[in-house]
Design a binder for this molecule. Structure first.
Ligand code: HSE
Length: 433
């Protein structure tokens, strides 16, 4: 039996979960792998708060650097979060030749290139399964099970907080703010929750997925991002009437050799599997050229699901190290290119849901449809209600596939019409065709 000595930086929710998981199942892991995981050191600025976990005397310290430089520690688990000291400690551990396991999607999204390069230069590994999809082993699936595939598209529900809010808005018709407070109380949300509701947390995860799918670090600037702030219950009930629900999606596609990437709320057919992903669950829908459609589902947040992914990485890093695999390139080998070509947002072709508020007068609808026709936008469905809201007739439209630049031009003209009396709403519709 070989022993692997682990140094954990950050004894918060996930850090304590990792220790709990190893205490509970360490024997099982050892019997399966021949490697006994030992939590040798835990560094945190606060070592007095009771985390509900008993650790041996001398394990806790406030000095993270002493853990990183301790020659008896084999690998480092970074669970501090943020992109400042977490970056410093991660780079330092890699420079010491120690594998680093992290759940820190923001760190990878903002400094991935530097971190992957430092790992490679120091012939060690960076492992980050927990950074995307919490407990779902999606990255391992991508770089092992799907390694033979050209990835055609990935659609991810990657933020538990947003999915929880959208699910309850649809199911219970409750206001956004009330549900957000519940999500925070349940421990799903980031601090501050703006990262969740503005789509940034989803974008962090989407760029990590896109990096792995297409072979080069992807900068956050390549991912146009829109969250669910301000999304009204009206849109959710309109979508529902039309046979759709609204999900915050990370969308990644191979668009004729260019990477199409975005985070946005989108209508998805209620009949599609991804529409059934409710509450704080995450799912990643991946289409490969050989495998066709696959979907991965599970808890994307929370103490023990995230700890499960971290522990999986600890055991993989330990195996790489102890079995003399050499440079544990399993992650960085995915990066064959230095940069990728990205699809210009203006050229992206998509279907849309559009809601207009029109004056109730003859010819109003004709003027709108005329503008859409001029810009090559064909209607798949149009619903006008006889209901008057502040003098406006609500009109819902679902379009056929058209180019983003055409939508933009058409919406400018429609908004300028005297019959258009409220701010138009436009959202992507994704039918997975
Ligand atoms: N705040 C994140 C979520 C946690 O709601 O999914 C996991 O990254």
């Amino acid at each position: 039996m070989k022993e692997i000595r682990i140094g954990i930086l950050g004894f918060g929710t996930v850090g304590a979960g990792v220790v709990e998981g190893i205490h509970k199942n360490g024997g099982l892991m050892a019997s399966r792998t021949g490697i006994n995981p030992v939590v040798a050191k835990i560094a945190d600025l606060d070592i007095t708060t009771d985390r509900g976990i008993t650790v041996d005397e001398g394990v806790l310290t406030t000095d993270a650097m002493s853990v990183i430089t301790d020659s008896t520690i084999d690998l480092i688990v970074e669970l501090i979060g943020g992109t400042t000291i977490a970056r410093t400690f991660t780079l330092e551990a890699l420079k010491q030749g120690k594998p680093v396991i992290t759940a820190n999607k923001a760190l990878l999204a903002d400094h991935g290139e530097e971190i992957y390069r430092t790992a490679r230069e120091n012939k060690t590994g960076i492992y980050y399964e927990a950074a995307v999809g919490g407990g779902i082993p999606i990255l391992r699936s991508q770089r092992a099970g799907l390694i033979g595939n050209q990835i055609e598209s990935i659609y991810g529900i990657l933020n538990g907080t947003c999915n929880y809010i959208l699910t309850r808005m649809e199911r219970e018709g409750l206001p956004f703010d009330e549900i957000l407070a519940d999500a925070q109380a349940l421990g799903y949300a980031e601090t501050p929750p703006d990262l969740d509701i503005d789509g940034i947390d989803t974008a962090h995860k989407a760029v990590v997925l896109a990096s792995m799918a297409y072979g080069a670090p992807v900068p956050m600037e390549a991912c146009p991002t829109k969250g669910i702030r301000g999304l009204s219950g009206q849109e959710i009930s309109n979508a529902s009437e039309l046979g759709y629900c609204i999900k915050l999606l990370g969308i990644i596609k191979d668009n004729a050799g260019e990477v199409e990437l975005s985070v946005e709320p989108a209508l998805v057919p209620k009949t599609h599997m991804i529409a059934s992903v409710d509450d704080a669950f995450n799912a990643v829908f991946v289409k490969g050229d050989l495998v066709d459609d696959t979907m991965y589902y599970g808890r994307g947040a929370g103490r023990m699901p995230t700890a499960s992914a971290v522990i999986g990485d600890i055991m993989e890093a330990a195996a790489d190290q102890l079995h003399g695999v050499g440079t544990p390139v399993s992650v960085t080998m995915m990066f064959q290119k230095s940069e990728l070509k990205y699809c210009s947002p203006a050229n992206i072709e998509k279907r849309c849901y559009i809601r207009l508020g029109l004056k109730d007068e003859a010819g109003a609808m004709a003027r709108v449809t005329d503008i859409f026709g001029t810009h090559n936008i064909s209607m798949a469905s149009v619903v006008q209600k006889e209901l008057h809201e502040s003098g406006a007739v609500p009109v819902m439209m679902l379009t056929q596939t058209a180019k983003e630049s055409d939508y933009v031009a058409a919406m400018v003209e429609i908004q300028a019409l005297d019959v258009c009396v409220s701010e138009p709403i436009r959202m992507r519709l994704e039918d997975f065709e």
